[in-house]
Design a protein around this ligand. Structure first.
Ligand SMILES: Cc1cc2nc3c(=O)[nH]c(=O)nc-3n(C[C@H](O)[C@H](O)[C@H](O)COP(=O)(O)OP(=O)(O)OC[C@H]3O[C@@H](n4cnc5c(N)ncnc54)[C@H](O)[C@@H]3O)c2cc1C
Length: 427
């Protein structure tokens, strides 16, 4: 997208082409203008358009330019935070509502992929949260207990069963979450965009929202080439926000995350490494993730930015770490490498903001956006349609707050990951 192989990496190489779109020129009108062409914005556009609402979506660059086109592709149920902690932070009503919505969010992803026949390499064999040592095992057992209490299809696998499924004996066990799975993230968002356009939505790419103003009881949102007037604005620009809603970005601390994709593995190795194609990540603080794509490339990631000294440090670590996990992969070539920006909120929970009358948005996904973005897009569509009042939403309205010491904390995460990987922290 940017002629930068480290922005969208493998996903740009293997995703079906984006739907044809053009930049906004001139002044147009709609019922709802959506800012941001990731999962949240496109899902909102699709669900609104299906109900007969006239939608114009403005995307600064291209569909999937933000987190949607760069992530690992793990379709998770829930957030990082332990389920039992969420009602403590949000109160029992919002807490349980959010858990229910996000726990079931992967089902909505599967439903949309099926309904719109989206070619996005979706795998439905669950994810494995791999336990590192005794502490990791205790953590996943507790997480499993809390989700099982809520009726989720989860169970703890033994070290032997984890080794059989992953192809490595590095873990003390794992939490199998059958709600979850993997997909090709850019292909998914492009497929959603095609479905939204087919339903009647207008998507303008290369059209950053640069300003907004009130005109009577309507909003006017301006881009470099034109303007859209609308009753509602849905802000779906998340951590990649520029322009009028940069505050959404400033509310979060940057956690960079990279991925390396190997060349397709030989057939023999595909029988032992992730033969069931579960998506995996571990319980380490500087975590690692690994998953397979359709062609049999292993995609291996961790915290860090592939820039400056980070590039060589993380690349060397990825080679060592992969070899330790899967000795048969010693010397394997990487076919692609890329990284992106995850935004972390102070309590690792998402936010709902009402910026002004009829200007609303969800944000703060903390590295969990495929299923949450999809379901929050649908939720915001239902709010705009009047099906869900503000009081019925899964999150309370909160004011946008600038994250304290955000630049310093972001730099600390980036440097900390380099130190951890340089020191050769065991995988
Ligand atoms: C490296 C990495 C790994 C991740 N791994 C996972 C994972 O495995 N599983 C998971 O569920 N989540 C993961 N995430 C998180 C997930 O990608 C995000 O939470 C998700 O993309 C958020 O979706 P979104 O639609 O809200 O925002 P985004 O996908 O970021 O889209 C926002 C869009 O808004 C546009 N925009 C910004 N400003 C403007 C403006 N002024 N005008 C018009 N458009 C604008 C941007 O160009 C962008 O395209 C990961 C993220 C990263 C970066």
């Amino acid at each position: 997208m940017l002629n930068d192989p480290r922005s969208h990496g493998l996903w740009e190489k293997t995703a079906p082409a984006a739907p044809r779109t053009s930049a906004l020129t001139g002044d147009i009108a709609a019922d709802v203008v959506i800012v941001g062409g990731g999962y949240t914005g496109i899902s909102a556009a699709l669900h609104l358009t299906e109900k007969g609402v006239k939608v114009v979506l403005l995307e600064a660059t291209e569909v999937g330019f933000g987190g949607a086109g760069r992530n690992v592709g793990l379709i998770n149920g829930g957030m990082w935070v332990m389920p039992s902690e969420i009602p403590g932070v949000l109160g029992p009503v919002y807490g349980e509502r959010l858990l229910d919505l996000l726990g079931n969010a992967p089902l909505l992803v599967r439903e949309l992929v099926e309904k719109h026949e989206i070619d996005c390499e979706i795998e439905k064999n669950g994810t494995l949260h791999c336990a590192v040592g005794k502490a990791g095992l205790e953590e996943i057992r507790e997480r499993c207990r809390q989700w099982a209490e809520r009726g989720a299809d989860v169970r703890v696998l033994s070290a032997e069963e984890t080794a059989r499924r992953t192809g490595t004996s590095a873990y003390a066990g794992s939490l199998l979450d059958m709600r979850a799975g993997t997909l090709q993230p850019l292909a998914y968002v492009r497929g959603l965009a095609k479905a939204a356009i087919a339903a009647g939505a207008t998507i303008h790419t290369g059209s950053a929202a640069v300003s907004t103003e009130r005109a009577g009881d309507r909003w006017i949102i301006r881009t470099k080439g034109g303007s859209v007037s609308a009753d509602w604005i849905v802000v779906a620009s998340e951590f990649y926000s520029t322009g009028p809603w940069e505050a959404v970005r400033n509310e979060q601390v940057l956690l960079p995350y990279f991925n390396f994709a190997t060349v397709p593995l030989p057939k023999e190795l595909l029988k032992t490494i992730l033969p069931g194609r579960e998506g995996c990540w571990d319980t380490r603080e500087v975590l690692s993730s690994f998953r397979m794509d359709r062609a049999g490339r292993l995609i291996f990631g961790s915290v860090g930015a592939l820039r400056n000294t980070g590039l060589s440090v993380h690349r060397a670590w990825a080679k060592r770490a992969l070899k330790r996990l899967f000795p048969a992969l010693a010397g394997i070539e990487f076919e692609a490498e890329w990284y992106g920006r995850i935004g972390m909120t102070s309590d690792a929970l998402p936010r709902f903001h009402a910026f002004a009358p009829k200007v609303v948005g969800f944000s703060g996904y903390n590295g969990r956006g495929i299923a949450p973005g999809t379901v929050f897009g649908k939720t915001i569509a239902r709010h705009v349609l009047g099906e869900l009042s503000e009081a019925d939403l899964p999150l309370p309205v909160t004011a946008v707050e600038k994250a304290s010491l955000r630049t310093l904390k972001g730099a600390y995460y980036e440097a900390g990951a380099q130190i951890a990987h340089f020191a050769g922290a065991r995988v």
